[in-house]
Ligand binder design. Structure first.
Ligand code: 5GP
Ligand code: ZN
Length: 113
């Protein structure tokens, strides 16, 4: 846990979030500023700064499996969706606790800006 990390505070319940799923490894909650009809963030409970620091295939896999499960529960698995890990400056990362953006409910553009 990083005491001053926003998403660690959400894991601890110090900051409210609209949770959509959780298990022993991960937590998922709605993005506070959604950019698509479904915009959910999936994070590991453990503080990992970015994809560059991921050392566990289990952790990476649990995040992806939860994203796919939420795509199903949100009803966008068949229509389609996007899972994105923004990483560091050029990747557009603004919160430095690993998170997968699960976005769907509309057609996504390619390439992203
Ligand atoms: P990044 O830019 O790091 O890839 O994504 C961070 C995401 O976290 C952004 O989409 C932003 O809207 C979201 N976010 C920032 N602060 C909060 C918050 O306090 N609560 C929630 N639910 N989402 C947040
Ligand atoms: Zn954290």
């Amino acid at each position: 846990m990083a005491t001053d990390c926003l998403f660690c505070k959400i894991v601890r319940g110090d900051i409210p979030a609209t949770r959509v799923a959780e298990n022993d490894h991960c937590l998922a909650f709605r993005d506070i500023s959604p950019k698509a009809p479904t915009h959910v963030l999936v994070i590991p409970r453990q503080h990992v700064t970015s994809l560059n620091q991921v050392e566990s295939a289990t952790l990476a896999g649990e995040v992806l499996l939860m994203a796919a499960a939420i795509a199903r529960s949100e009803g966008i698995a068949e229509s389609g969706y996007r899972v994105v890990f923004n990483t560091n400056g050029d990747g557009g990362q603004t919160v430095f606790h690993l998170h997968a953006h699960l976005m769907g409910g509309r057609a996504m553009h390619w390439p992203p800006a």
